[in-house]
Design a protein around this ligand. Sequence first.
Ligand code: RP5
Length: 155
Amino acid sequence: MTAQNAPLVGIIMGSTSDMDAMKPCMEQLDAFGVPYEVKVASAHRKPAEVHEWSRTAADRGMQVIVAAAGKAAHLGGVVAAYTPLPVIAVPMKTSDLGGLDSLLSMVQMPSGVPVACVAINGAKNAAILAVQMMGTGNPTMRQKVADFKQAMAEA
Ligand code: RP5
């Protein structure tokens, strides 16, 4: 891996069953030309792995984390507990409660540990928001989003 393609966005999801819903996030980051890494680990099934990945994310070069999970979706909050990086949560649509369970689990964070949250299955918006966050201190990233908005307006 060269410095140029070192991952800047860390995408973590609770299960391989979340992968299809998260594809639009990866596709949008690919479209922006922003490198990312993908990790599958559940806050409940693999808590030690989630801890280690989150604790080391900033030192590994990540700037923003996108965390997707369904049902009792604590992944974003748990990741946020271990990293100073901004965390964007993506509530996964679920078979039983339609994803409202995931959404409420993600947004109702205790004071002091914020997690940004996009719509149910809002994977594409998570990618755009991640690049917008990086763009606050990086004109190249900001331009990517400006170009994206321009293209959307002209389509
Ligand atoms: C969560 O439970 C995952 O994020 C997934 O959305 C949901 C169901 O996981 P599986 O039982 O399909 O592995 O941890």
